[in-house]
Design a protein around this ligand. Structure first.
Ligand code: PLP
Length: 421
């Protein structure tokens, strides 16, 4: 693959130096690897901020009474949440841990939207005590808990999550709005719960919510959730969820934010009350392209298949094993692999399924090369884990040729920190 095409997948502003070395946020990959070790997740801070601004202005232009709320689960790291807060976004959180990091990131609690299909009493208590703006009720048990927890004289603002009955062309594991989904309520059950909330002194009905799924590469299914929401009645707020797909491979052509919001706002104009507030919750499409992971090649094994093994894998990127997400890669010092060798990039974990990329051309891969994988900003940090005693990897922000550590690598000592015997 020509270097320019691969460069397109790296964060905006990525280039190659005179000697061919990949730079991200103006920082050379070899310098980043030397300073922070490998694997390292590098975020181009400017690219991240630009995307947040693009989302905010594109939505405000089309629907002035609106809010962009970053789906923290896509990259639940305090520093990333802080960037979103600084850029004027709210934060969607899924559970107590993300409430904590959101608060640490400095968010105004009234701009937090709490989700979860199985919220615990502890989490709902945290939300109420910290003044979380909106709790998205997933079913009657959430309302039972809120009625027990919210103090007399107060009422918690809520949205009710409905199942819009919409499907989309994406992996079944990341669909959420189809009939039979574990998330939210079918319209008839939602209508009944809305009636109950409207009579409750402790819970205040503000609006409805739907989320169709993730990595959806056409805007139409996302817009198709608007009508089922409207069918439940007139509300102050309609939260239309997230779900826009990101660009992982040079063959992917996700819609631009502008096109996605053109289609969504057209549906809103035809279905929703003009004075209503619209919320959107982008996660993946907000952060995926702003980051890349740099690994070190540990082994090159040639046989029927050439395996290039790196010092990471499913411990830092579960997207492949979870839903077959395809990634691309290049040798950081030789991105141009037009006549490269087609290899299988594998991780260091004890699973044959620990394949990062099944079939990618690399230019003459060798032990100790740096391998750069673009578009790892979404859900990779989220699901990083300690499988095989893996130490979770650091996150580094790079901007204008300067870099800083925002999450350190786990230490060997961290791995036994929770042992009590
Ligand atoms: C309720 C809700 N909102 C927003 C999102 C973000 O979706 P995406 O990362 O695909 O934009 C999710 C992801 O699962 C979600 O469950």
């Amino acid at each position: 693959m020509p270097a320019e095409r691969l460069l397109d997948l790296f964060p905006a502003g990525s280039t190659t130096d005179d000697d061919g070395m990949l730079t991200i946020g103006g920082c050379r990959s070899d310098n980043l690897a030397a300073e922070y070790g490998t694997p390292v997740l590098v975020v181009a801070e400017d690219a991240l901020r630009d995307r947040a601004r693009e989302y905010r202005s594109a939505l405000t232009d089309r629907w002035p009474r609106s809010r962009v709320v970053f789906a923290s689960k896509a990259f639940p790291c305090t520093a990333v949440q802080r960037v979103m807060v600084q850029e004027g976004l709210g934060l969607d959180v899924a559970g107590g841990g993300e409430i904590l990091t959101a608060l640490r990131a400095g968010v105004d609690p009234s701009l937090i939207v709490l989700h979860g299909n199985a919220k615990s009493t502890e989490e709902i208590t945290m939300a109420v005590e910290n003044g979380v703006g909106l709790v998205v009720v997933d079913g009657p048990d959430d309302v039972d808990r809120l009625e027990a927890i919210v103090p007399a004289g107060r009422a918690q603002d809520v949205l009710v999550r409905i199942i819009p009955g919409v499907t989309a062309d994406t992996h079944a594991h990341v669909l959420t709005g189809h009939e039979g989904s574990k998330f939210g309520l079918a319209p008839a059950a939602a209508a009944e719960l809305i009636g109950r909330i409207e009579r409750s002194p402790r819970v205040r009905m503000r609006g409805v919510h739907a989320h169709v799924g993730s990595q959806i590469l056409e805007p139409e299914p996302l817009a198709a959730a608007v009508e089922p929401l409207r069918a439940l009645g007139e509300f102050e707020i309609y939260d239309l969820g997230g779900g826009l797909g990101a660009r992982y491979t040079w063959a992917d052509r996700p819609p631009s934010v502008a096109r996605y919001l053109d289609v969504l706002s057209a549906a809103a104009r035809s279905e929703l009350p003009a004075q209503a507030e619209i919320i959107i919750e982008p996660g993946r499409s907000m952060v995926a392209s702003s980051a890349a992971t740099i690994y070190r090649v540990t082994t090159v094994k040639r046989g029927a298949i050439t395996f290039v093994a790196v010092d990471g894998g499913m411990g830092d990127n579960l997207e492949v094993a979870l839903f077959n997400q395809r990634f691309e890669a290049g040798i950081a010092s030789r991105l141009n692999a037009a006549d490269g060798e087609v290899v299988t990039v594998v991780g260091r974990h004890c699973e044959s399924g620990d394949v990062l990329i099944d079939g990618v051309p690399l230019a003459d891969p060798r032990v100790d090369d740096l391998l750069a994988v673009p578009a790892t900003g979404a859900y990779c940090f989220t699901m990083s884990n300690n499988y095989n005693g893996n130490r979770r990897i650091p996150v580094v922000f790079a901007v204008d040729g300067r870099s800083r550590l925002v999450v350190r690598r786990e230490t060997w000592a961290d791995l036994t920190l929770r042992d009590v015997e």
